[in-house]
Write a protein that binds this ligand. Structure first.
Ligand SMILES: *[C@@H]1O[C@H](CO)[C@@H](O)[C@H](O)[C@H]1NC(C)=O
Ligand SMILES: *[C@@H]1O[C@H](CO)[C@@H](O)[C@H](O)[C@H]1NC(C)=O
Ligand SMILES: *[C@@H]1O[C@H](CO)[C@@H](O)[C@H](O)[C@H]1NC(C)=O
Ligand SMILES: *[C@@H]1O[C@H](CO)[C@@H](O)[C@H](O)[C@H]1NC(C)=O
Length: 503
């Protein structure tokens, strides 16, 4: 300890290196900001206490063309389409954070902000699912929207509406929306019982619809194609419904109607690892019939942790888990979240994960989760934060329409063609800070280019941030209650900074 303390002080003297070496980030600030980003993605009539000051009301006629009210919900990333599939996954994972880390989030003073964010999604899903056997799943024309660079407050591109129904099923999206509503109902049970009941009723209805009318949802292709099929969403939806209702029929469904598989990633498309971690909690709490899921969760950990002999995903030289270019950060936060939750479960039940000759403890899992989050917050070879408005040298050119167009810009006579020249293809930093957005992130050799035109590096995503909330709350809590104020930077003795780079 003493040694690392001296090193810590020594490095702190060189203030240019300090920000990079110091891995004791202000996690609470990162948590607060990660929720503020989700507020910037809100569509519809904004409430008075809305935080990003540069955002205004938008898309107030959504749904009109089919005679329904579809105002509200979230834009998914840097564009202005409301894609129901990633939106539902965003809400499910926000609710999972609130469910598992309620205490930590409350301790950071962020629970009400998070609940408001969840409700912004569930209010929308209630509108979108108001008619039986019908779910409105998308608003906006993805092709025309992407051919324009306009902020949502001023967009003129069509707000086409897409639905699924008995004749045009979409099991993935119906089951994911059921999962979002069921998970949210658990979170709202104690704060607003009636609302929670309403969410749960709708979740059951949507799940039945998903199950009775099976067919792959391809309506969001090529933007959000379901590659993994819908079996994982049925399992995920049934798991959340079982937790929310304790109804044995859902447990039976999990055991008899679905299959599960060992995978190494968790995302809006592929949910097996999430279900396995979620159901492991129930297994350890006494539901022995769920043992297979706990074994598969162990196998997931062994397939991902860098110290495991079975590790599959690529890890960059700087230590970042890297699946593919383009919103890679979603896999970073999803991995960190699952590792954080599983680490807590291991600690709670006093167990470890055995990966062949290697045994991993809850501390090993949490250290890896922290390392992934620390990379995003600035502990990386480029010594820069990947979260907008946070830490050292954060990105200024997020690939985001709203953030890149000045609030008072006159847009009335700007054509879609002109819009790219004016606000996209420029080196000017965004006039509006997209506070808290975790951007797509670096490539496989740790290179991050802060350029608006490089969407693979600089595009944000609601599901990148939703999965950061739980693990940031956990890290904030740990920093506040458990770690001593000095000598806590466990990475200082292993890595030192020279010339602003980690060596
Ligand atoms: C917008 O506001 C900024 C700062 O208040 C000002 O400098 C700029 O001239 C304004 N632009 C327009 C088009 O009104
Ligand atoms: C847009 O074009 C119309 C017609 O030429 C003109 O009357 C109007 O003033 C223009 N608006 C702005 C903000 O430049
Ligand atoms: C990452 O980006 C850097 C800088 O643009 C480039 O030199 C390098 O080849 C890229 N690496 C990969 C694996 O794409
Ligand atoms: C975006 O930047 C990364 C990192 O430098 C690079 O590897 C990639 O090729 C760039 N992509 C585009 C489309 O410029």
């Amino acid at each position: 300890m003493a040694e690392s303390c001296y090193l810590f002080i020594f490095l702190a003297l060189f203030s240019t290196f300090w920000l990079c070496v110091n891995s004791r980030f202000d996690y609470k600030d990162a948590l607060t900001k990660s929720i503020i980003f989700l507020e910037a993605q809100r569509s519809g009539k904004l409430p008075l206490d809305h935080r990003p000051p540069w955002r205004g009301d938008s898309a107030l006629d959504d749904g009109k063309e089919v005679g329904v009210d579809l105002v509200g919900g979230y834009y998914d990333s840097g564009d202005n389409v409301k894609f129901g599939f990633p939106m539902a996954f965003t809400v499910t994972t926000m609710a999972w954070a609130a469910y598992f880390y309620e205490h930590e989030i409350k301790d950071a003073g962020e629970l009400n902000n998070l609940l408001d964010g969840i409700r912004w999604g569930t209010d929308y899903f209630l509108k979108a699912s108001a008619q039986p056997n019908r779910l409105y799943v998308q608003v906006g024309d993805p092709k025309m929207d992407h051919e324009c660079w306009m902020k949502p407050e001023c967009m003129k591109t069509p707000r086409s509406v897409l639905e699924i129904n008995q004749n045009r099923p979409g099991t993935e999206i119906a089951a994911e929306t059921a999962a979002a509503l069921a998970a949210s109902s658990i979170v709202f049970r104690r704060v607003d019982h009636c609302y929670a009941e309403m969410l749960l009723r709708r979740a059951k209805m949507l799940f039945r619809f998903a199950d009775e009318h099976q067919g792959t949802f391809d309506g969001a292709c090529p933007y959000y194609c379901s590659y993994s099929g819908y079996n994982d969403e049925l399992l995920w939806g049934a798991a959340w419904l079982f937790i929310a209702t304790k109804d044995q029929l859902y447990l039976q469904y999990i055991n008899e109607e679905t299959t599960s598989a060992v995978v190494n990633e968790f995302s809006w498309d592929l949910k097996y690892a999430g279900v396995q971690v979620l159901l492991s909690q129930l297994y350890w709490e006494g539901l022995k019939e769920l043992h297979t899921f706990q074994q598969q969760a162990d196998a997931y950990i062994c397939a991902v942790h860098p110290d495991s002999p079975y590790r599959q995903p690529f890890i960059t030289p700087g230590g970042l888990i890297h699946f593919r270019d383009g919103a890679n950060s979603q896999y970073v936060t999803s991995t960190a979240f699952l590792f954080s939750v599983y680490s807590d479960l291991l600690a709670r039940h006093n167990v470890q994960v055995v990966c062949g000759a290697k045994t991993l403890t809850h501390t090993d899992l949490m250290r890896f989760a922290k390392k992934q989050m620390d990379y995003l917050l600035g502990h990386n070879p480029a010594c820069r934060s990947i979260m907008v408005g946070f830490g050292h040298n954060p990105p200024l050119h997020a690939h985001h329409r709203g953030a890149s167009i000045p609030v008072n810009a006159s847009t009335e006579n700007v054509t879609c063609g002109m819009s790219f020249a004016l606000w996209f293809n420029t080196d000017t930093p965004n006039p509006n800070e997209l506070t808290g957005a975790i951007l797509g992130g670096p490539n496989r050799t740790d290179a991050f280019v802060d350029s608006r035109t490089n969407s693979s590096c600089t595009e944000p995503g609601t599901y990148i941030n939703s999965l950061a909330i739980g693990v940031l709350a956990k890290l904030a809590y740990r920093a506040k209650h458990h770690e001593s104020r000095c000598c806590a930077c466990d990475q200082c003795h292993r890595k030192t900074c020279t010339s602003g780079k980690i060596s």
